[in-house]
Design a protein around this ligand. Structure first.
Ligand code: NAP
Length: 386
């Protein structure tokens, strides 16, 4: 009893303190905007992650700063982020590889889910304060983010599953269907199959009537892959990947959804079937290096492709924006109807516990790069109960 009283009084004190710190709601800078929040006014300052030094070492590159909460323009929404998604490419972004001309400091984080707390006049024709949205926009690693109303996807609830769809799910769907041209009865190899985009690739390939092979690094991931329909999960820490593919798939595989790079890319090329298509989705094994690359056997590539009439096709999501919105809607509906699993990894199994608060983005990235994640890595920025 005494403990709960103490907790209540501490919470009470904190609320009074926060109310004192928060920006008055009748602030003239917001006079042309609609703003409010269910429980509180908008604070004047917030935490935001900024890249202050270009480096693939996320901890060295990114600092957590206190900055003013921005005001939305006519067409923008101010989102109070509830969840943000972690992507392997966050360290490519911090290294400045997306846009080498960008000047320091610059914001980081690709995607978020949150609540609209303020918005401009034209944005109010489609959204209202209190709406829940998901978005894909640079600068998500912040307590509040400005997003163009055009880029926001309305959601019924602030579900982290929506985050898994925005980059990871759409990449798997568009790459496999459009670029991979996968057909019923073909064999599809997915590397990093238990990860954010990999677990979608496994499910889309299975739904297309393909035989699915998936690589991963633990027994727990093997069980997870079986549960989502992977026909042949290969734990490369316990089985030799090259030997297993040669022995069990002597004619090769028709499509490879390849995101590891280096030796795994070489091995996948060697195991392509006649008319096989290898989709270069990423090369995570190189991202932590200075160049961002992992060497591959380029000299023999033309001969190997020619001998099998095979092809290597690059895929980068921003080049497929014309199909993006439709794909988001399609995959979100599949998730709502239970036709696809959007697996979320919130760090519950990590030694440090769930990823809560913006500062846990650092830990979440380490966790992903240690190969510990199963599904999409998500950080809860602003838990609903504070
Ligand atoms: N082209 C695009 O537009 C696009 C869009 C989204 C993602 N991607 C790419 O898809 C890949 C996966 O991204 P994601 O965000 O979904 O990450 P993720 O798969 O959720 O996490 C990364 C996984 O990669 C595996 N991995 C294999 N070798 C690794 C290594 N040397 N270092 C670290 N991890 C390694 C690990 O799984 P195991 O330990 O089980 O092997 C790890 O769990 C990345 O290459 C990324 O760039 C590309």
């Amino acid at each position: 009893m005494s403990v709960s009283l103490t907790c209540k009084s501490v919470l009470g004190c904190r609320r009074v303190f926060q109310a004192f710190q928060r920006r008055c709601i009748i602030d003239m800078s917001y006079s042309n905007h609609f703003m409010d929040h269910k429980r509180s006014a908008i604070p004047s300052s917030m935490k935001k992650m900024m890249v202050t030094k270009r480096s693939p070492n996320f901890r060295q590159a990114v600092s957590l700063q206190t900055v003013p909460v921005p005001t939305p323009s006519n067409s923008e929404l101010l989102i109070r982020n509830r969840y943000v998604g972690i992507n392997a490419s966050d360290i490519n972004y911090s290294a400045g590889r997306y846009d080498p001309s960008v000047t320091l400091p610059f914001p980081i984080g690709f995607e978020g889910v949150g609540e609209v707390v303020a918005l401009g006049l034209s944005a109010s024709s489609h959204f209202a304060v209190g709406d829940t949205v998901a978005y894909l926009n640079a600068g998500a690693f912040a307590e509040y983010t400005l997003v163009s109303a055009q880029k926001a996807v309305p959601l019924k609830d602030p579900q982290p599953e929506a985050l898994a769809v925005l980059v990871s799910g759409t990449t798997a769907s568009i790459a496999l269907h459009r670029l991979g041209e996968m057909k019923q009865g073909e064999t599809v190899l997915v590397t990093a199959a238990a990860g954010g985009t990999g677990h979608f690739a496994v499910q889309f390939a299975k739904m297309a009537g393909c035989h699915v092979v998936g690589t991963c690094s633990s027994r727990e991931k093997v069980e997870f892959l079986k549960s989502i329909g992977c026909d042949r999960p290969i734990n490369y820490k316990e089985e030799n990947l090259a030997e297993t593919l040669r022995r069990e798939y002597p004619k090769g595989v028709d499509v490879v959804y390849e995101s590891v790079g280096g030796a795994v890319f070489d091995l996948a090329i060697n195991n392509l079937a006649t008319h096989g298509r290898l989709l270069v989705v990423g090369f995570i094994s190189g991202y932590q290096s200075e160049s961002g690359l992992q060497p591959v056997r380029g000299a023999t590539l033309p001969a190997k492709l020619l001998q099998k009439s095979a092809s290597v096709r690059g895929f980068f999501l921003p080049h497929f924006l014309s199909e993006y919105s439709e794909c988001v809607q399609k995959v979100m509906q599949m998730q709502e109807k239970g036709k696809i699993l959007c697996a979320i990894d919130d760090g519950q199994m990590d030694e440090g516990g769930r990823f809560v608060g913006l500062e846990s983005v650092y830990r979440a990235i380490d966790y992903m790069y240690a190969g510990k994640n199963q599904g999409k890595v998500v950080v809860e920025v602003n838990p609903s109960d504070i």
